[in-house]
Design a protein around this ligand. Structure first.
Ligand code: SAM
Length: 280
């Protein structure tokens, strides 16, 4: 791995000028990349699913940390550069060419793998919502280490009664623990994006019993879709929601952003007709 040429040289030799359409902002600082690769903990012998390796900076750092990496990249121009990394990896790098949104991860990576990615905003959020969703829990992944715009990272870890608190916070916190592991200055990227970024680390926890992820998704979608409105208005069209508020003695004149995550969980459970106490 140490014999690989510097990333700048790789980018120049393979003509990997950053494509705006693919949301390409590359990280070239090896020390920073090693710090990101340490966020999930000791990766020696672990499997990491990397989405969007680009020229391979984070991929190299993950391999330096001792991981076996399965990487999916959509931009074919990056594949020859990544093949050079694979050749130096003692068989520890497997490349998949294609769209991460179409990959069956459990099939390609197996259960217990860690996820690491520095992705464009829209793809990153879509994948995050998918990884946090699903009725089967614990999920196939052991941890997520994801670069986001700082503003999105703050929404993921937000607490109730703050302007950043919303659907993403509830979906990320009801059966997982997210934290901002590090902030990354825009100048660390080539080319630099307009905004600051942050690496978010998420690990799954036990899921509260008797709650369907789908119900919680519809509930948070409705509640925060009209976040300035009272719950009795925003939840009006969601079947069973107003009855659930009544059963749980939750004041329908409250607004979504005042509800604790345990209250969203209790409402979703009550909607599914499996009513329990808010504090359970
Ligand atoms: N990981 C590299 C780094 O940190 O320097 C590249 C990061 S760049 C922000 C995002 C990468 O994701 C690009 O290489 C881009 O081609 C790739 N990408 C964008 N959309 C993708 C998708 N749907 N599936 C797989 N890769 C994608």
């Amino acid at each position: 791995m140490n014999d690989l040429p510097p990333l700048r040289e790789v980018i120049a030799r393979h003509g990997l000028n950053a494509s705006k359409a693919l949301g390409q902002n590359f990280l070239l600082d090896e020390q920073l990349l090693d710090r990101i690769a340490r966020v999930p903990g000791n990766l020696a012998g672990q499997i990491v699913y990397e989405v969007g390796p680009g020229p391979g900076g984070l991929t190299r750092a993950l391999l330096r940390a001792g991981a076996k990496v399965v990487a999916v990249e959509r931009d074919r121009r990056c594949l020859p550069a990544l093949a050079e990394v694979a050749a130096a990896s003692d068989g520890r790098l497997e490349l998949i060419e294609g769209d991460a949104l179409a990959v069956d991860e459990e099939k390609s990576v197996g259960r217990g793998g860690h996820v690491a990615a520095n992705l464009p905003y829209n793809v990153g959020t879509a994948l995050l919502v998918r990884w946090l969703g699903g009725e089967s829990w614990p999920p196939w992944w052991a941890s997520l280490t994801l670069m986001f715009q700082l503003e999105v990272a703050e929404r993921i870890v937000a607490r109730p009664d703050t302007s950043a608190y919303g659907r993403l916070a509830v979906l990320a916190q009801w059966r997982s623990t997210p934290r901002i592991a590090m902030k990354v200055h825009r100048s660390a990227f080539v080319p630099p994006p307009k905004v600051m970024s942050a690496v978010v680390h998420i690990v799954p926890t036990d899921a509260p019993p008797g709650v369907k992820a789908k119900t919680l998704e519809s509930l948070t979608g409705a509640a925060f879709g009209q976040r300035r409105k009272m719950l009795r208005q925003s939840l009006k069209t969601l079947p069973g929601a107003l009855a659930a508020l009544e059963t749980l003695a939750i004041d329908p004149t409250r607004r979504a952003e005042t509800l604790q995550i345990a209250e969203f969980v209790a409402i979703a459970r009550a909607i599914d007709g499996n009513q329990r106490d808010v504090s359970s």
